[in-house]
Design a protein around this ligand. Structure first.
Ligand SMILES: [Ca+2]
Ligand SMILES: [Ca+2]
Ligand SMILES: [Ca+2]
Length: 247
């Protein structure tokens, strides 16, 4: 009985989906709050990865919660769901501008990104309908950790200027399962940032190697915990290798 109902429902869904000519919003529309931060940058597509095309999307997430979205359009720009550019400047083909909505502290529900939460990004290729993880990088090409610091800005339509703070990060498409998967890597690779400076680079590897070699004999519990990036209770070469792979 249930099985038959299930098949019927699936068939109905398939018909509905087939009939819908509208652009499917793969990442949905994030809830809008007045706490905001804009992230601008470019998408870096290594060989074998999709290149942004009109209809493709970037979703910004705090954990599972969608907190921002950008839709690529022909001739730059976005899908008009809040990522709109101040002054209507056109964006380059691989440029993005995402408005990331923060949690409204006066509501009980989590309706946006939490302050200092690590924001992760995913890319939706509308041609293949494949979703690919993205890595946050700084302008030096180092892997960076984006922690949310949105502020409550007055509504844009009241003031002629946009007071939304803007931060710059580039997003590199990656096949790394990365985010939150497997051990202490944590969302967005924050666990690999041993010294907590927002960047995952050789400095973090060096700290772990120092701890292993005994060169740095006085490490606080906090530093030791940070150095144990795969969270197995030991600080050893596996942690150093994990950082090398994820920087
Ligand atoms: Ca809230
Ligand atoms: Ca670091
Ligand atoms: Ca470890």
């Amino acid at each position: 009985m249930n099985g038959r109902l299930g098949v019927g429902a699936l068939a109905g869904m398939a018909i509905l989906m087939g009939a819908c000519e509208c652009a499917v919003a793969q990442f949905g529309v994030p809830g809008s709050t007045l706490v905001r931060e804009r992230v601008v940058g470019i998408v870096i597509s290594d060989e074998g990865f999709p290149v942004p095309e009109p209809g493709d999307q970037i979703g910004a997430f705090d954990g599972e919660l969608l907190v921002g979205r950008f839709v690529f359009e022909a001739g730059g720009g976005d899908g008009g769901d809040g990522g709109d550019q101040p002054g209507g400047e056109a964006l380059g083909d691989n440029e993005f501008s995402i408005l990331v909505y923060g949690d409204n502290p006066s509501t009980e529900d989590r309706d946006g990104a939490r302050q200092e939460a690590v924001i992760t990004f995913k890319f939706f290729d509308s041609g293949t309908e494949v979703i690919t993880n993205m890595r946050t990088q700084n302008n030096q090409g180092e892997r960076a950790v984006y922690r949310y610091r949105g502020v409550e800005a007055p509504p844009i339509d009241i003031l002629p200027i946009d007071l939304t703070p803007t931060r710059s990060f580039n997003l590199r498409l990656t096949d790394s399962a990365g985010d939150g998967g497997g051990g202490g890597g944590g969302e967005g690779g924050e666990g690999y940032d041993v010294n907590g400076d927002g960047v995952i680079n050789d400095k973090d590897v060096v700290i772990v190697l120092r701890a292993i070699s005994g060169a740095q004999i006085t490490m606080s519990d906090g530093e030791l915990a940070a150095a144990d990036v795969n969270d197995d209770g030991l600080v050893n070469t596996q942690d150093a290798i994990a950082i090398m792979r994820n920087k």
